[in-house]
Design a protein around this ligand. Structure first.
Ligand SMILES: C[S@@+](CC[C@H](N)C(=O)[O-])C[C@H]1O[C@@H](n2cnc3c(N)ncnc32)[C@H](O)[C@@H]1O
Length: 269
């Protein structure tokens, strides 16, 4: 168990799919369009959201290595039906410990989503160095970037967001997490390694009908803010109650900032 439940990943997947930046996806597609076969490694695949989002945009013949340290999520990822020319294999690994093993063998593309904001600067440096040493492109989607927008506004929104962004930087198993800084740091790192990077926003947008998703996010944020002790427990509870009232009244909208990028080495193998 990783703490990322299959239910949460299922709830967020449609929002992720809608949010994925189309220009970044187009760049991935264009980069592989003349290839007869693509070998993809999906780092921290969860239940396979990236495979479902990306495989229709790649050449028909694909081989995926699905890496995660959560066996339950991997079991779901490999149970899904695939097109006949696509094969996928689950590889249980702790990416903090076994990054090199994850990149073993033939790899044409490293893909990941909703991972980089969990990792430390040090781990990101290892990833970038390992990927660049192999001259592999990297598609990294849905890194939270710290931006939020709430409707209706509440006097505590800014304080809650600030506390959430502090909480995002705590250790998630890879050392102190980059949190909202992750995409910016990663893009700069790949550019410094001579990669070209296409990037863009991939924000979650939720309207009044997106009650379950908003409720889940806001509950998590109230809990994270509480853990930081930046606000009093009473303030966290009252903020969540007001936001829940707005959801129940059909008046709540929420935007959560993310960034996608596709980094390609100057001469792709
Ligand atoms: C936010 S979820 C994203 C899952 C999937 N990529 C998606 O977009 O739905 C983060 C994933 O990272 C995995 N993870 C966290 N720490 C890990 C580690 N040390 N090694 C391998 N996977 C890890 C979790 O099990 C989880 O599946």
């Amino acid at each position: 168990m990783s703490g990322f439940s299959a239910d949460w990943l299922a709830l967020r997947e449609p929002y992720d799919l809608r949010a994925r930046n189309p220009a970044v996806l187009d760049a991935v597609t264009a980069s592989f369009k003349t290839r007869p076969f693509v070998h993809v490694v999906d780092l921290a695949c969860g239940t396979g959201s990236t495979l479902r989002a990306l495989s229709p945009r790649l050449p028909a013949r694909q081989n995926w290595k699905l890496i995660d340290n959560d066996l339950d999520l991997l079991a779901i990822a490999t149970a899904m039906p695939l097109a006949s020319d696509i094969s996928a294999k689950a590889i249980p690994l702790d990416l903090n410990r076994d990054l090199d093993a994850a990149l073993d063998g033939t790899v044409d593309l490293v893909a990941t989503s909703a991972l980089l904001d969990l990792v430390s600067d040090r781990w990101l440096e290892r990833l970038a160095a390992a990927v660049a040493a192999r001259s592999i492109p990297l598609y990294a989607a849905l890194s939270y970037d710290g931006r939020t927008a709430f409707t209706p506004s509440d006097p505590l929104d800014a304080a809650i967001t600030a506390a959430v962004n502090v909480h995002q930087r705590t250790d998630k198993g890879f050392g102190p997490a980059l949190g909202p800084a992750a995409a910016g740091v990663a893009i700069a790192r790949f550019e410094a390694l001579g990669y070209s990077v296409v990037h863009g926003f991939s924000d979650w947008t939720m309207g009044p009908d997106d009650r379950d998703m908003q409720a889940e996010i806001l509950e998590g944020w109230a809990s994270a803010a509480h853990d930081t002790a930046a606000l009093s427990p009473a303030d966290c509870t009252a903020w969540l109650a007001r936001r829940r009232d707005a959801i129940a009244a059909g008046r709540s909208s929420l935007k959560v900032g993310h960034v996608d990028f596709f980094a390609t080495p100057s001469a792709t193998r």
